[in-house]
Design a binder for this molecule. Structure first.
Ligand code: SAM
Ligand code: SF4
Length: 444
């Protein structure tokens, strides 16, 4: 048995948070902690938190109260809150949730060992200083909960877009780009370990800009050139910055996946203006047109917020109509949740009744289900190259992977394993999944 102290860590929210958790895992491993999946044996519990909507924060607070049970059984146990909620609430969180010992904002993870020393001496410890240049560039993330096939690589931090509803610019600070060499080296390291897919992560990857002047299309070319067997994805793109140059680079490299997540938020110009999204419906549809021109087989997904301040039935219909027009394959759909101190909270009344938000959301979800099913049905009869990720959740006799368009494809296992590329012919589908049969063996 090892003598190392045990860290149990739970992560909420976006992929960026999951990526940060791996950085934290790495920093803690250097200070003699090992991660455990068994909370009962933990000496230290971290929760990496999300503030994007009120219900995310409520869930986390409920979870903290559950952690308190373990603390009562094991008095030396330390509980730390990391990430966006730590940054947003600062000392207030310690005052409100007495079981919390450590509060650490997203740019202060290198300070964790010092903060833990303070906490071990019985004092509360806090560091929520945001940085203008921290990118954790050279820290090699510990790949927790990894399938060994696909991994995230964080390429930038922060956001300065200040969409009026959004808390991220306040919790994650200024936008900054990570040194490209460290990104490429991380991707090479992953490929050498057997990984076959990397997703480059940032709040707005299209505004990536290194000190040496490399932009996002340039970075994509470098990562895609590592090996034709390494798939490259990215998230998220802000429509205002999605350039034709990027689409041309994507078209030139078959291993850059044909999938773009392009959050629209609303189909109404009045809402887009109020949201401070800095594009119009027409501009957005123009970008979709460019994607379809350069990448005719590209998968498209989006984020939608319903019930933002002043949203009328007309605005809502504009969103439904835009969804139909684009024909998204997938969407993340949310009710507007007012976040304290954002531009919207200060300037605009949260005046769409909860019930209306609920019914509009249901309508949006129903439409998206119809669109997802229609998109999947169009794939029946087509053959896709699938990168196998794992055994299917429904049957050990089946494998699950993704095609380039980011759709989940399930097929009978045969002799294949995670990490293999397999050509699969689609024979049937549901709203969420394509099912198929192996069409041809590909050399791996
Ligand atoms: N940076 C990315 C972007 O702009 O697309 C994503 C940021 S956020 C983590 C993911 C999504 O959460 C947003 O695209 C938006 O749809 C949603 N979101 C952000 N703030 C919200 C709020 N106050 N209420 C409801 N949904 C929100
Ligand atoms: Fe939030 Fe807008 Fe930045 Fe996305 S681009 S993180 S929605 S402020």
């Amino acid at each position: 048995m090892s003598n190392k102290k045990k860290l149990y860590i739970e992560t909420y929210g976006c992929q960026m948070n999951f990526s940060d958790t791996q950085i934290v895992g790495s920093i803690m491993a250097d200070h003699d902690f090992e991660t455990t999946e068994n909370i009962a044996e933990a000496d230290l519990i971290f929760v990496n938190t999300c503030s994007i909507r009120d219900n995310a924060e409520k869930r986390i607070r409920a979870r903290l109260r559950e952690f308190n049970r373990y603390k009562k059984q094991k008095p030396g146990l330390i509980i730390g809150v990391l990430g966006c909620m730590a940054e947003r609430l600062k000392e207030q969180l310690i005052e409100e949730e007495k079981m919390v010992d450590v509060i650490v904002g997203p740019d202060a993870y290198r300070d964790l060992p010092r903060l833990l020393n303070i906490a071990e001496s019985g004092q509360k410890a806090i560091n929520v200083i945001l940085s203008a240049d921290e990118t954790y560039a050279e820290i090699e993330p510990v790949r927790l909960e990894s399938n060994g096939v696909s991994a995230f690589i964080s390429i930038m931090r922060g956001c300065e877009n200040f969409c009026s509803y959004c808390v991220v610019p306040y919790t994650r600070g200024k936008e900054r780009s990570r040194d490209p060499e460290t990104i490429v080296n991380e991707a090479i390291g992953l490929f050498d370990k057997g990984y076959r897919e990397v997703t480059l992560l940032g709040q707005n990857v299209n505004s990536y800009h290194s000190e040496s002047g490399l932009d996002f299309p340039g970075l994509m070319e470098k990562v895609a050139s590592i090996s034709p067997l390494l798939r490259v994805r990215f998230a998220t793109s802000h429509p205002k910055d999605l350039s034709d140059e990027l689409l041309k680079v994507m078209a030139a490299y078959p291993n850059i996946c044909r999938a773009i997540h392009l959050p629209v938020q609303s189909g109404s110009d009045a809402m887009l203006k109020r949201m401070n999204r800095k594009y119009t419906r027409e501009w957005y549809l123009g970008r979709i047109g460019a994607i379809k021109h350069y990448l005719p087989d590209c998968g498209l997904s989006t984020d939608i917020i319903t019930g933002f301040s002043n949203e009328t039935e007309e605005d809502h219909k504009d969103t439904l109509q835009l969804m139909e027009q684009v024909g998204y394959d997938y969407a993340f759909m949310f009710k507007y949740s007012e976040r304290p101190n954002t531009l919207a909270a200060r300037k605009y009344e949260d005046n769409v009744p909860e019930e209306t938000k609920g019914s509009r959301l249901q309508e949006i979800i129903r439409l998206q289900q119809k669109l997802s099913l229609a998109s999947n049905k169009k794939d029946i009869g087509k053959t896709f190259e699938v990168l196998v990720e794992s055994t299917s959740r429904k049957s050990v006799e089946e494998l699950a992977g993704r095609n380039s368009q980011n759709k989940v494809v399930v097929f009978a296992k045969g002799n294949f394993k995670p990490g293999d590329y397999v050509k699969v012919k689609v024979t049937s589908c549901t709203t969420a999944t394509l099912k198929g049969v192996v069409a041809d063996e590909i050399e791996n």
